[in-house]
Each structure stands twice: as structure tokens, then as C-alpha cells.
Design a protein around this ligand. Structure first.
Ligand SMILES: [Zn+2]
Length: 341
């Protein structure tokens, strides 16, 4: 059978096999090679639905400090999934950005670019653009769908982000994956063409996907890993690749549909004192935090720009912020077209 062998980045696997590989993406000045580790994990289960074999791509580590996704990949290969019942294939990429992972930096240190803003990349571009191109060509093109694992600094609610591309049918498929995953989800309108997010560039090829913002970055939180395993099994079910009914999620969620995310920044530096916890409702104009200077005086009141919910206080460096830095993510509901067909 022609589809009996899955070949990706020079590595091949037969049904039931788990095979490791490393994709060359560049080298250091001393000639040390930089390779992205990946695993092909092929199922043995029979698909219930019609159509060809399906491949779910699970990517982690596009951003260096976001380590929980690496653990999620390990668990998917051990006790997180029954591969004898998996109908189709998994392509797992635990550390997609070795440049950033080596230094534990959010942006790629060599060019200060955010890898998740340059997809589908450029084979003749900067370090990040070349890496994006290699990842996209090797792993995204053969995929039927993708899950891109990220992590937010705490305190934060876990949530998924699904792209809303101009292709409405594809937007519906991406939203369906987010709903199957089962935690709070926010939609992100994206242009048809990049450069941009991984799931945006995948959508341009007709491949639905979602990003997951786990908690927390720089460390593994067991509850977040369990939630991710439930979510990915549910995504596999939505893709008709795994048996059983969708499992209930294990983390708190905001039930509202059609959520969008708004970023709240501060004008003045200082220490941020929040008044709301992730998941709690907020009102437009409500003071959700204050900024205090070194003497303890309030120098700024931070107001919610929307009626909605507090999603996260994603303090990347610390709770001491500088002008222009992100203080919070808030979510607000926007009516979505529920068109069928
Ligand atoms: Zn990230």
C-alpha cells in the first residue's frame, strides 16, 4: 500500500511504529549543527469515518521558555495516549526552536525575532525565517491538523487560540478543534497570507489548527499537562482519529463563546497590583489593577477596555513593569456567525 510508509524529513515509519528523527535547521560558528528533534508515532486503530489517513502535528517549544509542551509530548508517547487505538499518525515536535531553547529566550536570540510571527518563513531569510521555513516544509505540509503548544507566565487561565482566516469553512473547522479541546477559547482574526503565526500559515494551506496557552512557562505544572492530554485526545476525537466520547476538561474555563483577546499595557512603570483573578468577570472602565512606584504611591490606574473576563496577568519578566509592557490579557465576547454548510 502506498500509504503504508510515512516519510517525514528523511525518516520513515510503518503503522504501529514510533521513530525518532532530527531535522537539520542550521549550525553555529564552530560548525556545531542545530537540529530539531521530532517523533513519528503511527497508530494501529481503524478509522470510523471515510477519507484518507490523517496526521496530527503537535508542536511545542516555538518559544524557548515554554517548557510544559515538551512534557506533554513525552506523555503523549507514554501513558497519555493508547496508540493501539490511534487511527492515523502523530508528528510530535517537542522543541521546535532550539536556538531559543538553548538560551531559554522567548525570541530567537540570533535575530531577536518572534518565531511565531514569521511563518511560513523564508529559506533565504534570517535565522528565525529559515527555521520557520524548515519546520513548515517538513512538518506542516504533510499534516491534516495541528496543535501548537505554548505557555503563559502566571497567573493565567489556560486557554486556546484558534485562527479566524478569511476562509469561513476553515475558520469553522479550527473553532471546532478548539471546542473539542474543551477549555476557554479565543478567536484571532488573521489575514490570508503571512508572515505570521504558525496556525495562520497552516490555514493558508487549508490546514486547521489551534494554539494552546498552557500554564506556566519556565516550569512544568502537572495539572496543565493533564489538561493538555485531555485536550489533545479530544482534538483527535474531533478528527475521527481516536475512539470514545470527548472527556470533560480538568481546568476552570470561561463558558462564553466567540471570545476575543485584548492586550492591556501600562503607560507608567512600577509594581502592578491586580484586583482580579484570571477567569473573573471585568467591566469596561473598571480599575482592574494599579501601578505603584517605588515609594508605594499609585501612579496609574489600569482599566479594563472591555466588558468581559480577566484571562491572564502574563508578566514575562516580573511583576515590576516598564512603560508599554503587557499588564493583562482580557477577553470579551463578540457575536460569531453560526452559519452552517
Ligand atoms: Zn509561545
Amino acid at each position: 500500500m502506498p500509504d503504508d510508509v510515512l516519510e517525514i524529513a528523511g525518516v520513515s515509519a510503518r503503522p504501529g511504529e514510533v521513530v525518532r528523527g532530527r531535522l537539520w535547521v542550521g549550525s553555529y560558528p564552530d560548525g556545531s549543527e542545530v537540529r530539531v528533534p521530532f517523533v513519528l508515532a503511527r497508530g494501529l486503530g481503524a478509522r470510523a469515518g471515510a477519507g484518507g489517513r490523517r496526521t496530527l502535528l503537535v508542536v511545542a517549544g516555538l518559544h524557548g521558555p515554554e517548557v510544559p509542551g515538551v512534557e506533554v509530548v513525552r506523555r503523549l508517547l507514554t501513558d497519555g495516549l493508547d496508540r493501539t487505538r490511534l487511527a492515523g499518525d502523530l508528528v510530535l515536535v517537542p522543541v521546535a526552536n532550539p536556538w531559543g531553547f538553548h538560551r531559554q529566550e522567548m525570541v530567537t536570540p540570533q535575530d531577536a525575532q518572534n518565531l511565531n510571527r514569521v511563518f511560513p518563513g523564508d529559506p533565504e531569510g534570517t535565522t528565525s525565517q529559515r527555521l520557520a521555513h524548515r519546520l513548515f516544509d517538513a512538518f506542516v505540509r504533510p499534516a491534516s491538523a495541528l496543535v501548537d503548544l505554548h505557555a503563559n507566565p502566571e497567573p493565567a487561565l489556560e486557554f486556546t487560540i484558534y485562527p479566524i482566516p478569511p476562509d469561513r469553512g476553515l475558520a469553522r473547522r479550527a473553532r471546532a478543534l478548539a471546542e473539542a479541546y474543551g477549555i476557554t477559547s479565543v478567536g484571532l482574526p488573521v489575514r490570508a497570507a503571512g508572515p505570521g503565526y504558525l496556525f495562520q500559515a497552516a490555514a493558508a494551506l487549508g490546514i486547521p489548527g489551534l494554539a494552546v496557552e498552557l500554564v506556566a512557562w519556565r516550569r512544568i505544572v502537572p495539572e496543565a499537562v493533564e489538561s493538555a492530554l485531555v485536550g489533545i485526545r479530544n482534538v483527535l476525537r474531533a478528527l475521527d482519529m481516536y475512539p470514545g466520547r470527548c472527556e470533560p476538561q480538568t481546568v476552570p474555563r470561561i463558558e462564553a463563546r466567540g471570545l476575543r483577546r485584548r492586550v492591556v499595557t501600562v503607560a507608567k512603570g512600577g509594581l502592578l497590583h491586580p484586583f482580579r483573578r484570571p477567569g473573573e468577570p471585568v467591566a469596561r472602565g473598571e480599575t482592574i489593577a494599579v501601578v505603584r512606584d517605588a515609594f508605594g504611591d499609585v501612579v496609574e490606574e489600569v482599566q479594563s477596555p472591555v466588558d468581559g473576563f480577566l484571562l491572564a496577568w502574563p508578566w514575562v519578566v516580573s511583576q515590576a513593569l516598564v512603560s508599554g509592557e503587557i499588564a493583562a490579557f482580557v477577553a470579551y465576547a463578540e457575536p460569531e456567525e453560526e452559519d452552517g454548510g
